[in-house]
Design a protein around this ligand. Sequence first.
Ligand code: SAM
Length: 213
Amino acid sequence: MISARLLQIAMMIEKGKVVFDVGSDHALLPSFLVKNGICDRVYAGEIAQGPLNKAIENIKKWGLEDHVIPVFSDGLSKAEEDVDIVVIAGMGFHTIKHILDSCEVERYMYFLIQSNTDVDLLRKYISDHMYTIEDEKVVYDGFYYQVIRFSADLHEPYNETEIEFGPINLKRRDEVFLAYLEDRLKKLKEINELAKKDEYSEKIKQIEEILYN
Ligand code: SAM
């Protein structure tokens, strides 16, 4: 079974599309997508030989050689023409930025990104390029993770609140998103109290407004 985080990503993939999983490590997500009939063909891309070997081993063990294709590739540099959807998960924003900067974003239907750091900078990147955030989900898997689906379709830049919290999150107010905000609020209040400062008072006010107004 895959983690709740990877499962959330899998649930955001349209059935029957060709997926390229950048930084696939053990090929867990590609294998899950094929085993569960979501995709017939998935590329498991890796920049490092060790994780790529592990992916190849798993693909063979699970008999998925005709459906999961391991690719030694920095980001999407070796991606074939038939790729529809790109997944980039479990990395920091700066690695993700390098991968996005080095590819033709317009070539793909959409990207599913789960950044381990600086999700606000990721949204700012999307906004600065006038791309469209099509969907967002917050998932709890020991930590709160955010998964963002965006495409190269033209969109006017997002405002500061949308960049920080997510335009779809703010509209949809999913239970997990609200729980994430409650958790953030609690932590900010604790820091303020410990430091005997009100450094985060503005942020606290902003989160309380989203939660309770
Ligand atoms: N995507 C999986 C997940 O979310 O569980 C694995 C995450 S693992 C922490 C990050 C993987 O990305 C590593 O195996 C690393 O080698 C790979 N990676 C880092 N930079 C990459 C790049 N530019 N292109 C392809 N793979 C990359």
